[in-house]
Design a protein around this ligand. Structure first.
Ligand code: SAH
Length: 385
């Protein structure tokens, strides 16, 4: 399994652990989690990936025109706006990489100009490809400066001829002069405008801008471990905070009385509602809004909650959320984090008085990068009766 060091490693900067054995990578991550979790409890051995290569189900490439006129696609060099050309990557889905190369080759014959940030001129900015691990469905998102894409039908036809496995093509309009990849508007030009995939026996619909974990094999292990730690039962009322398209909540819903999912991104909430219907689940509902504010409302209404799953973005949770969590006083909190640093900060607040850490389980979702996912199970010291 020892592949060669990626020739782009230095320029790209996406992989922190290039050249390091996977075993060593796992050791490093476990150690860094242990350091951050010091004082909270023992850290269980990290759950590593069986195959650390080509796990990324979502791939994006930025497009640029070089001084000699050649069009390249790849990633921004770390800390700069120079594009490092990438045709293949050890951690990205291989089919997605091939599709991006094909799009680049088609640009010339269709006379499509790539976008230039400095002059704000040109059409194609980025291409994002999302793949369904179980379903095999593939979504191609063409991020464009303007919704007018000349001979788009023929472009799609030509792309499908090269890759008949593509199931949907979407134009994402990003008119802003920003380094943010995606704009707000999606126009479906082929297929359904989303893909579906299966996780832990549930089918999920994934739209262009909805968050979905990027390593599907490890995500299933992450969720299964989180459920096992939570030891849910049929009487439980459960919150899935920062729920994305509802994945954690829906897996939990199979074994509990009721689940409420809270998510800020409106498109993700639409996906979540559709997902619940698609899987015929009637004991889960979703709320669009800020998780902290929603929890404050629940605490004010003195509602009863048994278990809270929280899976915030890298920045961690906020004061309002943590304060309301202490008032709501669920028996268990399962804190899943992609940034153990902010997780440790938040744990300090929760463990001051009311909660104790029962288990700490790191999971490697991002081989070759220094990032590590971490699950912490907390239980309330004073039991409610
Ligand atoms: N639990 C999901 C998503 C986790 S990613 C999964 O495993 O797939 C974190 C999610 O939090 C994103 O979907 C993001 O849109 C959402 N989010 C970010 N800030 C938020 C806030 N203040 N309130 C609610 N959701 C938020």
């Amino acid at each position: 399994m020892n592949k060669e060091i990626c020739p782009l490693a230095k320029k790209c900067g996406g992989c922190d652990y290039q050249g390091m054995s996977y075993e060593q990578q796992l050791k490093e991550k476990e150690q860094s989690v242990r350091k951050l979790m010091k004082g909270f409890g023992e850290v269980l051995p990290i759950i590593g990936a069986q195959n650390p290569y080509h796990y990324r189900n979502k791939v994006h490439a930025v497009f640029a025109r070089q001084k000699n006129g050649e069009i390249v696609s790849g990633v921004y060099q770390e800390g700069s706006h120079r594009v490092v050309p990438v045709n293949a990557c050890q951690i990205e889905n291989e089919k997605a990489d091939e599709i991006i190369v094909s799009v680049r080759k088609l640009l010339k014959s269709f006379k499509i100009k790539v976008y230039d940030e400095d002059t704000d001129y040109g059409l194609l900015r980025h291409v994002m490809v999302r793949t369904g691990y179980v379903s095999g469905q593939i979504m191609v998102v063409l991020v464009v400066r303007s919704p007018i894409f000349p001979s788009k039908n023929n472009f799609v036809k030509a792309l499908l001829k090269l890759h008949p496995e593509i199931t949907t093509v979407v134009l994402n309009v990003n008119e802003r002069r920003t380094s943010m990849v995606l704009g707000d508007r999606n126009i479906t030009i082929y297929g359904k405008g989303y893909i579906e995939d299966t996780l832990c026996g549930c089918i999920f619909r994934i739209s262009p801008t909805s968050f979905y974990q990027i390593n599907p094999v490890q995500t299933e292990r992450l969720y299964k471990t989180a459920m096992m730690l939570a030891r849910l039962n049929k009487r439980n009322v459960v919150i899935d905070a920062y729920c994305g398209i509802g994945t954690i909540g829906m897996v939990a819903a199979k074994t509990v009385k009721e689940v409420i999912g809270i998510e800020l991104n409106a498109e993700a909430v639409r996906d979540a509602i559709a997902n619940a219907k698609r899987n015929q689940m009637d004991n889960i509902r979703f709320v669009q809004g800020d998780a902290g504010m929603f929890m404050e409302g629940m605490a004010d209404r003195e509602e009863n909650v048994d278990v809270v799953f929280m899976d915030p973005p890298r920045s961690g949770s906020d004061e309002a959320f943590l304060r309301s969590l202490l008032i709501l006083a669920p028996q268990k909190i399962v804190y899943i984090s992609c940034n153990p640093e902010t997780q440790a900060r938040d744990l300090k607040v929760l463990c001051k008085k009311d909660y104790q850490v029962e288990a700490i389980q790191p999971v490697d979702m991002f081989p070759f990068t220094k990032h590590c996912e971490n699950i912490v199970l907390l239980s309330r010291k004073i039991k409610n009766f």
